[in-house]
Design a protein around this ligand. Structure first.
Ligand code: SF4
Ligand code: SF4
Length: 280
């Protein structure tokens, strides 16, 4: 089963949930944690894995053969991403803008374009506390997160419970990471901003046809705007993590709830049970 952990906005505690869920399940079933937040992967800070494998991720970018090029400009005209420009006696390729779609090389009338690999990131894998771990890292300065996410997802172990930590928001990297999930856990906080961004995240996963449930982090008694919204939308609230100084201290010290407060492991296991029951 693939469970993605997402949030409409950053800073809601998504990493706390993803790592604690993985560690809580780790001694009862085969678990894999995949950090798909490739622009800022930080699960490793909490679970401290031993990395044993590292693979570079490249996308194909155009390379021009000036013995063939007539500077006709067709490649620049067809590039939807403005990643290639033709100036007198030169064709400029902007690697960071190129999506590696191959349209320019396919349509060049002189067959003057070949493709060469441009490294945009790495995928690393290893183990921590009995769970398998995979993370993607986008190279600083690169813009194309989705190919790295796709490569991370090729490592999904379909015999395991795969937990995907997804970037915050509702942009392309989120859609790329979440799609194909069996269930999406949406982590939010009980504030107007949290609720607003949760609504956007719910719309996104509904468009993708993925069932979802909500975890309210930093829950405060009486602040029930998220619960009211979920009730109206018939979305289950699977867990509430209170606004608590000890939990905040734990988190700031780089510890998960599952490790620092083992009594939470049963609550995360209950979340998993609710997810599996919702699918039967
Ligand atoms: S389409 Fe081909 S021939 Fe035309 S400018 Fe681009 S590389 Fe050169
Ligand atoms: S491969 Fe696609 S995105 Fe890259 S320069 Fe060519 S047309 Fe543009």
């Amino acid at each position: 089963m693939i469970i993605s952990v997402a949030s409409g906005k950053g800073g809601t505690g998504k990493t706390l949930v993803a790592t604690s869920l993985a560690l809580s399940l780790g001694n009862t079933c085969r678990v894999q944690l995949l950090d798909c937040d490739v622009e800022e992967p930080n699960d490793h800070l909490f679970i401290r894995p031993v990395i044993t494998d590292r693979e570079t991720v490249c996308i194909p970018v155009p390379k021009v053969d000036y013995n063939r090029c007539t500077f006709c400009g067709d490649c620049a005209r067809i590039c939807a991403y403005k990643a290639i420009a033709v100036v007198p006696k030169s064709v400029l390729v902007f690697d960071q803008l190129c999506h590696g779609c191959g349209a320019c090389s396919y349509l060049c009338p002189e067959k003057a374009i070949t493709e060469e690999g441009h490294e945009i990131g790495v995928v690393e894998s290893g183990r921590a506390n009995g769970i398998a771990f995979v993370q993607g890292r986008l190279t600083v300065g690169e813009a194309m997160a989705t190919p790295v996410i796709r490569r991370v997802k090729t490592r999904i172990d379909h015999a395991a419970t795969a937990i995907l930590d997804v970037s915050p928001g509702t942009s392309c990297p989120v859609v790329e990471a979440v799609r194909d999930s069996d269930y999406c856990l949406l982590v939010t906080e009980p504030t107007p901003f949290g609720l607003h961004d949760l609504e956007l995240a719910v719309l996104t996963v509904k468009q993708l046809g993925i069932p979802c449930g909500v975890i309210v982090n930093r829950a405060v008694p009486g602040e029930d705007m998220v619960q009211s919204y979920c009730s109206r939308e018939n979305i289950p609230v699977l867990l509430e993590i209170p606004l608590d100084r000890d939990i905040a201290r734990l988190y700031s010290n780089g510890q998960t709830l599952a490790e620092g407060m083992p009594q939470w492991q049963d609550r995360f296991k209950d979340v998993y049970t609710s997810i599996t029951r919702s699918r039967t």
